[in-house]
Write a protein that binds this ligand. Structure first.
Ligand code: ZN
Length: 117
């Protein structure tokens, strides 16, 4: 299967069986773009009829796409928040993440101490 971004050939990194009997393959093209393909039987799988199976399969794919969109939105919000904090603390957005990582331990310890009081 060729890469949907650049058209280069790809190879399979990982293959996973889905609950609905479909197969998901994580692929990488020669230019290192990663994408997932889904493979389903052309004949009905187990006892489900083909249209029923395809409908179920499409629901799974849609749910997955929605989750990706949610994750993208979460990152967008996080990025916007970091940008705001960078302005507020007069540091670069990159340093916001680094500083927050450093501060996390102390903050967690403080929260722990508060809850034990
Ligand atoms: Zn590619």
């Amino acid at each position: 299967m060729n890469c949907p971004r650049c058209g280069a050939p790809s190879s399979v990194l990982e293959t996973r069986a889905q609950d609905n009997g479909a197969i998901a393959r994580r692929r990488e093209c020669t230019l290192k773009h990663r994408f997932t393909t889904y493979e389903i039987h052309s004949v009905p799988y187990k006892r489900a009829s083909a249209p029923k199976f395809i409908a179920q399969f499409m629901r799974t794919v849609k749910a997955r796409v929605q989750m990706r969109q949610r994750d993208m939105l979460l990152y967008k919000r996080l990025h916007e928040g970091a940008t705001k904090l960078a302005t507020e603390f007069n540091i670069s957005a990159k340093r916001v993440y680094a500083a927050a990582r450093k501060g996390r331990k102390e903050w967690a310890a403080q929260q722990q101490a508060k809850s034990e009081r």
